[in-house]
Design a protein around this ligand. Structure first.
Ligand code: M6R
Length: 620
């Protein structure tokens, strides 16, 4: 959470910083701020609220200069107020910095610094870092180090960082080094954009789009020094390293709304394309299997697997549940789907031939990263299914599969989910074909997969019908989502989507579980969304649906086109194309995404910036 930007070059920094913060707003949007340096010193502007509030302030009180840092906040320590907004100032203004992460020992450090006379203005953990660096600058001077020597400043930063427990991505300006921008990372991502005589800094690649496509990702315990002359990368333990320049994997298309009112809707409608991208170059018709470039495991290793652990959070965890059904059905390998936040502190007995897959859109989710590291520590091969190229999890996993879904900006994950499910289908096919699955069976799966972009295009035609249904229901306070087998994770995902952007209480259940408790919630005011397409579970779910109708519960059904049986049974029906059971999640999830979207819009909610949420949860 929180987004960081920085710039050093010849252009007016404040414009670049503000535009960068707008693009990073999905990471947090409680408050924001910038600090810009010019010949007269460093000006700070900060404000609670959205970046547009800050932009208004900067319009009224411009801050000229070609070097600066900025921050958009998702509050962890201290409420969202002007004073708690970043940047924070250390000592007597010697250090100005912005921070993403959490400092766990901030209370102790704060006490120590207060005892030394440092005066705190905010309730944040971040201010501790600013004063700590200022303190070490002072100490270095006391030890006789030249205060004008750059090395003195770097040593002070290094000494301060060694005292921190927790995570940080930092961008730092120094009062006495007018042409220097320092950044450091431990656990919170940072990327440097390399321009001509200029450098950009950001929490992810989105602010760099349109400026440069050459990037350098910082590793943990690394610090980068940026001047208009060049960049220096220093690792705490291994010293200087030559920057390895990579190509940015984002385009202007990802950043633009392209005529849609919200990113979420744009991303929902991108799904025919993103599902196709997830399959591109990976379907091998001749061998009737899927192929991946980056698994980094031999066929023998894959054949020996006796267990797969899929670990993730939120929507990615729901995709993992679909993966469990797919892999067990196609490859007959036992699968467990673990919340990363639980797995990281559990000690499950994992055999030598267990493979751990982290599923993550952002590649930065703190719990997923910690679970991955814990499994690596125990010697298990770890792989990632990830969207963001160059993200921490993508780099730290032993291998993996990219989604190629393009940047997902909407806080509510949509296209990443269907891409994850697509990739998991390919993985299940790959593992199945290495074991017992026949060539014709593999071929049938490939043919069905190839049709999916068109099927999703057809599915999206339900948008108008879904909007009309949302008009009828948008005042509800509770909602149940029910589905079985492949559609049980879809029910969970549908409920999560409704909760997170329209703030309606929603629960997802396996449809047959309803009668073990949740049925008590059914009344005339509580609709149930039944996912009941034609397939193996159709008649079973229909019986559950009848049970709800018998108790006067309103029913919205997601059904296969041509299913007349629901016309007189459900209150509202959304028809989707009929596909085989294993492909149903890709189809049935679409009307649920649209339903939550329209419900939220009708309730006047900010769809792309839901309250209290951030796109990428980089704190525990
Ligand atoms: O980036 P990740 O896939 O690791 O994120 C995991 C969850 O934080 C994320 O899916 C979250 O649940 C979304 N807000 C769901 O829409």
């Amino acid at each position: 959470m929180c987004g960081i930007v920085g710039y050093i070059g010849r252009q007016p920094a404040s414009e670049i910083l503000l535009e960068g913060l707008r693009r990073l707003e999905y990471r947090g949007y409680d408050s924001s701020g910038i600090a810009v340096r010019d010949l007269d010193g460093i000006s700070i502007r900060k404000k609670a609220g959205r970046v547009q509030e800050l932009a208004r302030l900067v319009d009224e009180q411009p801050c000229p200069g070609n070097l600066g840092i900025g921050h958009t906040r998702w509050a962890t320590h201290g409420p969202a107020t002007d004073v708690n907004s970043h940047p924070h100032v250390g000592g007597n203004g010697e250090v100005i910095l912005v921070h993403n992460g959490v400092i766990e020992n901030y209370a102790t450090l704060r006490e120590q610094l207060q005892a030394l006379g440092y005066v705190f203005r905010s309730a944040t953990d971040t201010e501790v870092i600013a004063h700590l660096i200022a303190h070490h600058l002072e100490e270095q001077a006391r030890l006789g180090k030249d205060p004008e020597d750059l090395q003195t400043a770097l040593d002070a930063v290094e000494l301060a960082l060694r005292r921190l427990k927790g995570t940080y991505g930092l961008a730092i300006l120094f009062r006495d080094f007018p042409e220097l921008l320092v950044a450091a990372r431990l656990g919170s991502p940072l990327v440097v954009g390399v321009g001509k005589g200029e450098y950009y800094l950001a929490s992810d690649g989105s602010p760099l789009v349109g400026h440069t496509d050459e990037v350098v990702y910082l590793a943990d315990h690394e610090m980068v020094l940026l001047t208009t002359e060049g960049m220096r990368l220093i690792h705490r333990d291994t010293g200087a390293r030559a920057p390895s320049i990579q190509t940015l994997d984002q385009t202007q298309h990802d950043q633009d709304l392209n005529g849609f009112p919200h990113y979420m809707l744009k991303e929902i409608f991108e799904q025919p394309q993103t599902i196709e991208n997830a399959m591109r170059g990976r379907l091998d018709e001749e061998e009737a299997t899927a192929r991946f470039g980056g698994l980094n495991l031999t066929v023998q290793q894959l054949r020996r697997l006796d267990r797969i652990v899929l670990t993730a959070c939120g929507t990615s965890w729901h995709a993992g549940l679909v993966g469990e059904y797919l892999i067990e059905e196609f490859a007959r390998i036992p699968v467990e789907v673990e919340y990363a936040s639980e797995l990281r502190y559990r000690n499950p007995p994992l055999s030598e031939n267990t493979m751990v897959f982290a599923i993550t859109q952002s590649g930065e989710t703190a719990d997923t990263l910690a679970a991955l590291r814990e499994c690596q520590r125990k010697g298990h091969p770890t792989l990632a299914i990830c969207n963001v190229v160059g993200s921490t999890i993508a780099r730290e996993a032993d291998g993996g599969i990219y989604l190629h879904a393009g940047a997902e900006v909407g806080v509510a994950s949509t296209k990443a989910f269907t891409s994850q499910v697509t990739v998991l289908t390919l993985l299940a096919l790959h593992l199945g074909r290495l074991r017992h699955m026949s060539h014709p069976a593999g071929k049938r799966i490939i043919t069905a997969l190839r049709n999916m972009p068109d099927v999703i295009r057809e599915t999206l035609k339900c948008n108008d019908a879904v909007r009309e249904i949302a008009k009828k229901y948008h005042h509800i306070t509770d909602c149940l989502y029910l589905g079985r087998q492949y559609n049980f994770p879809v029910a969970l995902e549908g409920a999560l989507k409704l909760k997170e952007i329209s703030y309606i209480h929603a629960e997802g259940y396996p449809a047959a579980e309803m009668k073990h408790g949740p049925i008590a919630l059914i009344d005339e005011q509580t609709p149930s969304v039944f996912i009941v397409p034609h397939g193996n579970m159709y008649h079973k779910v229909m019986s559950n649906l009848e049970e709800v109708k018998a108790r006067r519960g309103p029913v919205i059904a997601i059904a296969s086109q041509g299913d007349k049986a629901l016309d007189n049974l459900a209150d509202d029906v959304i028809y989707v194309p009929e596909v085989e059971d294993f492909l149903q999640p890709l189809v049935t999830t679409i009307p649920l995404q649209l339903f939550s979207y329209h419900m939220a819009v009708l309730r006047g909610c900010n769809v792309d910036r839901p309250r209290n949420l951030a796109k990428s949860v980089t704190v525990e």
